[in-house]
Design a protein around this ligand. Structure first.
Ligand code: AMP
Length: 455
């Protein structure tokens, strides 16, 4: 069997098989790629449907013989394209390959269903998935059938000759208004369901959406199970949140308290240490009477900051706030920068990064932790001059991970920071979902997971 090593998936080499062969011919090396290792050897997918309640969901590994069956698989391959429609970052494509290869090698016909961008229910070829199908064909070394009509008789006809182990990609499912409709009409779900013999959801990044392809289809097309990426995302995040090896430290950063209230509240009775950095820290500093100069601050969140601090105190959580900060008089990075005490920021300056004492305090806590969850950068890291604090935090997380800690980078800007400032393969898990991981960490039910079959 011809095997192409293209990239790596969270530290594991990832291979695309050149052509499908029966599963008994799959090499040991390839088989290993189906198993995404994690410290928890229990491979059961656990899911919190209500706070405190753990419900197990089925995964593709629970399916019996699927040879010749049509797998309708929701994936998140919303990849960036340049003006010539070249894929500029294929992380999301790489991330679904363990599921695609698993299904292929079990002899299923793999029908991928996805969205690209926000066409808002309009048929707009600017958002066509055809270039993505072409890209996948190239890297997989085999033809990925692009299905220009994603539902109805047209789709059924185009898929008629799909062979066992072959992969097809449906056109952007968001070309249909019914995909995102907030109603209980199941017509579109029933149409999509006709394309498969069973449903797989591997789109963790879209699992917080109650859309037809992410949730409704799962109600009518059974079995409805998770893919391997979805399973890993839920397993890693839920293990960190529900069953952490202690001490458990959360690093919460980013621009605003208001966008992270749910995260802070849910974490503040679970963690041992809560590190608060980045722009949101100044709302806490101001709530405690500090002078924050021109630093970003939400005056309507001062009470929220106080109540989070109070809750942490009551629960015995060690709240770690900045001690000193790098301030600037020019956010573009071309002005005067200096380190000052966090409570005494000059009027014409704003805090943009963690200072050296803060970095040391954050590092010490992180390095003595056994589980670390990061959500949000601790500075305006996109500007190199303000990235040192976030880099120090990431380096400490990598060091802790190398010493046996479990580390989860929880989506969104923290993932961009981890990729830009460090090696993303060095963490236990880097979530592929921004909004989805945020809502998961907030303790919310993700409709795309809730809709799957219980074990
Ligand atoms: P969020 O999307 O809420 O996680 O915020 C991430 C953004 O917060 C990043 O783009 C950072 O540049 C920004 N950020 C972090 N710290 C600061 C700060 N001190 N001042 C302004 N923006 C910040």
């Amino acid at each position: 069997m011809q095997v192409y090593s293209i990239n790596s998936f969270r530290g594991l080499p990832l291979y695309f098989s050149g052509k499908h062969e029966a599963s008994d011919k799959v090499s040991k090396k390839e088989q290993k790629n189906y198993e995404i290792p994690f410290v928890d050897t229990n491979s059961v997918l656990k899911m919190r449907e209500k706070k405190g309640e753990t419900i197990m969901k089925k995964s593709i590994k629970d399916l019996g013989n699927i040879e010749g069956k049509r797998a309708l698989v929701r994936v998140d391959i919303n990849v960036p394209l340049d003006s010539d429609k070249n894929v500029t970052d294929d992380t999301r494509i790489q991330a679904i390959m363990p599921t695609v290869n698993y299904l292929k090698d079990k002899g299923a016909k793999v029908i991928l269903m996805a969205h690209l961008g926000r066409p808002k229910g309009e048929w707009n070829t600017e958002y066509s998935l055809e270039p993505v199908a072409k890209y996948m064909s190239k890297v997989m070394g085999e033809d990925v059938l692009f299905v220009a009509t994603p539902v109805g008789k047209g789709a059924e006809k185009e898929l008629e000759n799909l062979k066992d182990g072959q992969v097809a990609l449906l056109e952007n499912i968001r070309f249909y208004k019914a995909e995102e409709a907030k109603d209980d009409d199941m017509t579109f779900a029933n149409e999509l369901a006709k394309l498969g013999d069973f449903y797989v959801n591997d789109a963790f990044g879209a699992a917080h959406r109650n859309h037809t392809s992410t949730a409704k289809v799962a109600r009518v097309l059974k079995p409805a199970v998770s893919g391997l990426l979805m399973e890993k995302e839920i397993r890693c995040l839920s293990q960190a949140l529900e069953n952490p090896v202690r001490p458990f430290t959360a690093v919460v950063g980013g621009a605003k308290v208001s966008s992270k209230i749910g995260v802070l509240e849910n974490l503040s009775d679970k963690v041992d240490n809560l590190i608060i950095g980045g722009g949101m820290a100044y709302t806490f500093v101001k709530a405690n009477g500090g002078n924050i100069g021109k630093s970003i601050c939400e005056n309507d969140q001062l009470d929220v900051a106080k109540s989070i601090e109070q809750k942490a105190k009551e629960k015995g959580v060690n709240l770690v706030l900045p001690i000193d900060v790098l301030v600037t008089d020019d956010f573009s990075g071309n002005g005067t920068n200096k380190v000052v005490d966090v409570n005494n920021i000059p009027d014409d300056f704003e805090g943009v990064d963690a200072g050296p004492k803060t970095q040391k305090a954050f590092e010490d806590v992180i390095k003595s932790s056994k589980t670390i969850l990061m959500n949000g950068p601790v500075g305006a890291f996109e500007t190199p001059a303000f990235s040192e604090g976030t880099k120090a935090v990431l380096d400490a997380i990598v060091e802790a991970t190398e010493n046996g800690a479990i580390s989860v980078i929880g989506g969104g800007d923290s993932v961009s920071a981890a990729k830009k400032l460090s090696d993303a393969d060095k963490y236990t898990h880097v979530s592929t979902g921004g909004g989805a991981s945020l809502e998961f960490i907030e303790g919310k039910v993700l409709p795309g997971v809730a809709a799957l079959d219980d074990k």
